[in-house]
Design a protein around this ligand. Structure first.
Ligand code: FMN
Length: 179
């Protein structure tokens, strides 16, 4: 699929086809694409926790997501919980923040990786939903995510059940200033 086609046809999908499958090898391809993204000093601090087992998925969906996001996972075949190692991206070797953003650079890097991941999914005819409204501490506990990592999002993966409309976008002139 052409890059612009993937960018334009990607949508947040909140209902997936029940009869579709998502394999571990496919998820590995998504994460491999994520790892191609640029990161601060190539620090690659993004971490991925993949849930494919239906019983574990049910547990995570019901216990770590609010009801509306649990409903948004209808027929999802995989969940990818994203996190990043703190105090590396944006920091010197000695652990001193390079500037005022500190660990926000880790979130920035993870976001770049996650965009690669969701566009690669689209490229493979898979669909995704990034969920930022989730219980980070419950996810940490259930997936044994170490304290050195910040838990960020839950990304559901499946095959779209229908084609949603694109939510309206701002115009370039509304967001960019040229000098
Ligand atoms: C960081 C982030 C967090 C989000 N969290 C949620 C969420 O918790 N639940 C949800 O239904 N959608 C969530 N979304 C999806 C956005 O609502 C969606 O991307 C936006 O409305 C634009 O629609 P589109 O992705 O189809 O272009 C999130 C998206 C991002 C990037």
């Amino acid at each position: 699929m052409e890059l612009m086609q993937a960018i334009q046809t990607r949508r947040s999908i909140r209902q997936y086809q029940d009869n579709a499958t998502v394999t571990a090898d496919q998820v590995k391809e998504l994460i491999a694409a994520a790892l191609q993204a640029p990161t601060w000093k190539n620090s690659q601090t993004g971490r991925y926790y993949v849930i494919l087992d239906p019983a574990k998925m049910k547990e995570i969906v019901t216990e770590c997501l609010p009801e509306f996001n649990a409903n948004n996972c209808t027929n999802a075949k995989a969940l990818i919980v994203t996190a990043f190692e703190t105090k590396r991206s944006g920091f010197t070797r000695e652990g001193v923040a390079e500037n005022e953003l500190g660990d926000e650079w880790g979130a920035y890097d993870l976001g770049l990786q996650n965009e690669n991941l969701i566009l690669r999914a689209r490229d493979m005819s898979l669909d995704t939903l990034i969920m930022g409204i989730r219980d980070g501490e419950k996810l940490r506990e259930k997936l044994s995510i170490p304290e050195s990592q910040r838990v960020v999002s839950v990304i559901s993966v499946g095959v779209r059940a229908s084609d949603p409309e694109m939510p309206k976008r701002k115009a370039v002139d509304d967001v960019a200033k040229f000098f």
